[in-house]
Design a protein around this ligand. Structure first.
Ligand SMILES: [Zn+2]
Length: 145
């Protein structure tokens, strides 16, 4: 079973961490009473972050939170870029040995990967617009590159 790490807050205003089951005393004033649990974590590094944040003055804490939010938005954006790589890989997988790509093969690869957006029609529309493929028949394309 995972250890549980507690973010504790003393009545003196100091926040500190402790492992569940250990007797907790405030690391600033030494009090053992009137300590409340603010949060519980499964890993000690998350607890360390939370303690550091809890002890920051309010205005600095706001800045730090803002920065962390920006960071997570950046990570989100890079996941979307990875989505493009996934689409490119699927396009390659859906192409046969003659370099022919059909809407049907693309559709089945997309559904194998559990991708509903973009649709096969949208992907081929984009590839056509970018000049990567040339339509060679009904719902069938050939790679130009
Ligand atoms: Zn204290």
């Amino acid at each position: 079973m995972e250890a549980e790490w507690l973010l504790l807050k003393c009545k003196c205003g100091h926040a500190f961490g402790a492992r569940r089951g250990n007797r907790a005393t405030c690391s600033r004033c030494g009090a053992a009473d009137n300590i409340t649990t603010s949060a519980v974590f499964n890993d000690s590094s998350q607890l360390a972050d939370a303690v550091a944040r809890a002890n920051l003055p309010a205005e600095i804490r706001d800045q730090v939170e803002k920065k962390l939010n920006q960071e997570s938005r950046r990570r989100q954006a890079s996941r979307e870029r990875a989505g493009v790589d996934t689409i490119h890989r699927i396009l390659r997988d859906a192409t046969d040995s003659e370099g022919i790509l059909t809407l049907e093969s693309l559709r089945s690869k997309l559904s194998l990967e559990g991708i509903t957006e973009p649709t096969a029609e949208q992907v081929m529309g984009m590839a056509e617009v970018q000049g990567a493929v040339q339509r060679t028949g009904q719902e069938q394309w050939k790679w130009l590159a």
